[in-house]
Write a protein that binds this ligand. Structure first.
Ligand code: UDP
Length: 235
């Protein structure tokens, strides 16, 4: 295995499937199955889950809501996704812990860095909910932050496309997929990998990012084995 401790960023939309809103239990069960395959190989896995399938702060703010309030609602939405994923994993017998950056101790543990690492060492899947706990941030940035904190070797950005392209493949049939890219290239070309803060944080801490299609069965494990499943962003 190329990587032993991995942080996976799952967007809220990844849990939505083809629904316009919310969570598709079938899709969540499929993701849980993928994760279970990884855990059975002894890999330490942490997940940062987004909330865009339920609530996005920026969107609500553009409709007139106070931005910080909207962002807190967005963070709470991520906790719903985190708990849903936890339930699906535990139904497969995989031990998990949800750790939230906003305290809600009746439903989840508060985020404590050392505790998160301990859970990973014990083979539990750690699911980070409530983003970074701060408004004006994203769960992409949270993924980069938590990866640095828990000393993950890589960030997996599991999405709906099979990598990063030089132009939109939906629009341009000649769009080319990058095998690898530098952080600098992503930032200067403003390529849609993760937001700029997340890229900068990964760059500063030398954490590679692998972008790949989550819907292809076995892709998480292939990426862990170092196979070229998508686009690798690094130094
Ligand atoms: N959010 C936030 N701070 C964070 C992480 C998330 O305020 O550290 C809020 C923000 O409003 C965001 C929402 O939570 O729109 C859901 O997260 P995100 O949009 O990153 O989810 P994704 O696009 O991955 O589904």
């Amino acid at each position: 295995m190329t990587y032993q401790r991995v942080l996976v960023k799952l967007s809220g939309e990844a849990l939505m499937g083809n629904l316009g809103y919310g969570i598709d239990p079938k899709v969540v069960a499929d993701i849980a199955q993928e994760i279970s395959d990884v855990i059975n190989h002894g890999i330490q896995l942490a997940i940062v889950v987004g909330g865009g399938n339920i609530f996005r702060g920026v969107k609500a703010a553009s409709a007139g809501m106070d931005r910080a309030t909207a962002d807190y609602i967005g963070m709470i939405a991520t906790v719903m996704n985190a708990m849903t994923l936890q339930d699906a994993l535990e139904q497969m017998g995989i031990p998990t812990r949800v750790l939230t950056a906003i305290a809600m101790q009746e439903v989840a543990e508060p985020y404590i860095r050392r505790r998160a690492i301990r859970h990973l060492e014990k083979g539990r899947v750690v699911i980070f909910g409530a983003g970074s706990g701060n408004p004006f941030f994203t769960t992409d940035t949270t993924a980069a932050l938590r990866a640095a904190e828990i000393e993950a070797e890589v960030v997996f950005k599991a999405t709906k496309v099979d990598g990063v392209y030089d132009s939109d493949p939906q629009v341009n049939p000649n769009a080319r997929r990058y095998q690898s890219l530098t952080y600098g290239h992503v930032l200067t070309q403003d390529l849609r990998v993760m937001d700029g803060t997340a890229i900068a944080l990964c760059k500063e801490n030398n954490i590679p990012i692998v972008v790949f299609d989550l819907s292809v069965r076995g892709n998480i494990l292939r990426a862990i084995q170092g196979e070229p499943v998508g686009t690798l962003v690094g130094g």
